[in-house]
Design a protein around this ligand. Structure first.
Ligand SMILES: *Cc1c(COP(=O)(O)O)cnc(C)c1O
Length: 451
């Protein structure tokens, strides 16, 4: 059967079940079959193109069909596709770990590989507790996370996520985490700076740490931008205060940079803007340039040494996935890191940040655009009933879905998070395409907020 939009849509709905999707929506929302991608463009079977404004769920950094990454995978493909990483090793895994150790913040010198973001979070959570257990403190097994935080959807990662949409149905299955108020600035009082707001919110985090330090093994946060919780942004001072307090209370700091790592916030890693180094750093999404699933957890020597002992002592870190360190994924990641470390990259990223700020000014006067915020090359716009009072739309009205539909009809892939319209395009987007993307989104906002 020759594939076409129509026949893939109907065959798909016979057999597939899609992620985070109410399948009934597809009774009147057509699936979008994609036959190829090039640069910022995705193309369907009728030749219709969509500008990928969200980097295909934030993973694509250098565009689809990137020459260097494709070549790297091809070369690897001819030699070795997969070998288990227990007892064996291979060049791409070693290169990847070397590069990550060299580019991540000071002190992170050990790299543990996994397959996706959620599993990286599981590793960080398990490693933290196991560290304290190996230190003779097995009573440290609880976690502190942030309101609006998101760390993935497997049970451990979900337990430290505080976005009701993802958690609700599974609450009885989840371990009990401590939730601190978010430092994000969208709800702050008029006249309060982002920094003052972050300092204010930190008071409660500090109180939780003080009260529960004996039973808490780690705090987990998304540095600077809380992604899936609505692209909520906060001041780096919060991370400095948190780093210092974690040290003081003997609690690990886990930085989940799965979404914000690799340039998204304007620096290679978001932690750099606070000048801090976490105890554990989770990376995935952009790591392979959006080609293949892979993730990494970086940690320091003290962590590593707490597990390093004679086998009989039972201190071994017990975690593995069949495809850990897959060589094709590692080769894609090595090529991606090469592109990120190219001498001209930082300059281009800065230009994109400026261009996005400039283009986002088009939302300034719209009666239904609330806060417009930006960190690095992430821009978010709140859709609100009234831009003055910031009164939000009820989520049930699904205004975001209307934006998504309008976007598709007009050649731009936008996928708002509830009422939050956002842009996180591949870094190869041109200044002109940034304009097209934002102008289309503005018209989408206009249509979605009529009546
Ligand atoms: C996407 C995401 C995850 C989960 O990664 P998956 O690969 O989807 O499992 C975890 N943390 C953050 C901050 C993310 O954005």
């Amino acid at each position: 059967m020759i594939p076409s939009n129509n026949n893939l849509q109907s065959r798909d709905l016979e057999v597939l079940w899609h992620p985070c999707t109410q399948m009934k929506d597809h009774e009147n929302l057509p699936l979008v079959p994609i036959r190829r991608g090039k640069g910022v463009w995705l193309e369907d079977y009728s030749g219709r193109r969509y500008l990928d404004a969200i980097s295909s769920w934030w993973v694509n950094l250098f565009g689809h069909s990137n020459f260097q990454i494709t070549q790297a995978i091809r070369r690897q493909l001819d030699r070795l596709q997969q070998v288990m990483l227990a007892g064996f090793t291979h060049e791409s895994a070693v290169q990847l770990a070397e590069r990550l150790v060299a580019m991540t913040p000071e002190g992170l010198c050990r790299c543990f590989l996994t397959d996706n973001g959620s599993s990286a979070v599981e590793v960080a959570l398990k490693m933290s507790h196991h560290y304290w257990r190996n230190q003779g403190r097995p009573g440290k097994f609880r976690y502190i996370c942030l309101e609006h935080g998101y760390h993935g959807e497997t049970l451990g990662a979900l337990a430290v996520s505080a976005v009701p949409l993802y958690r609700q149905a599974y609450t009885p299955l989840l371990m009990d985490a401590l939730v601190a108020p978010s430092p994000e600035g969208s709800t702050r009082e008029a006249g309060v700076t982002l920094e003052e707001h972050a300092r204010l919110k930190f008071v409660e985090m500090e109180a939780l740490l003080e009260r529960h330090a004996a039973e808490v093994c780690a705090v987990i946060v998304e540095p600077l931008v809380q992604g899936a919780g609505g692209m909520r942004m906060y001041h780096p001072v919060y991370l400095q205060l948190l780093r210092e307090a974690c040290q003081r209370y003997q609690v690990h700091l886990i930085a989940d940079e799965i979404a914000v790592g690799f340039g998204r916030t304007g620096t290679m890693f978001a932690c750099e803007q606070a000048g801090i180094s976490p105890d554990l750093m989770c990376l995935s999404k952009g790591l392979s340039g959006g080609y293949l699933p892979i993730a990494a957890v970086l940690t320091h020597e003290d962590m590593y040494q707490a597990f390093y002992d004679d086998y009989g002592k039972g201190t071994t870190f017990m975690h593995s996935h069949s495809y850990t360190g897959n060589s094709l994924a590692c080769s894609a990641a090595v090529a991606t890191l090469g592109l990120l470390q190219d001498h001209s990259f930082a300059g281009r990223l800065e230009q994109l940040e400026t261009r996005m700020a400039q283009a986002a000014e088009c939302f300034a006067d719209h009666p239904h655009a609330g806060e417009v915020r930006q960190t690095g090359v992430i821009v978010a716009v709140e859709m609100v009933r009234d831009a003055q009072t910031r009164e939000p739309y009820p989520v049930a009205e699904r205004r975001g879905l209307a934006v998504y539909r309008y976007g598709l009809e007009h050649g731009v892939l936008l996928r708002p998070l509830g009422n939050v319209l956002y842009f996180m395009p591949p870094y190869v987007i041109t200044p002109e395409q940034v304009g097209t993307m934002m102008e289309t989104a503005l018209r989408a906002l206009h249509v979605a907020t009529k009546e």
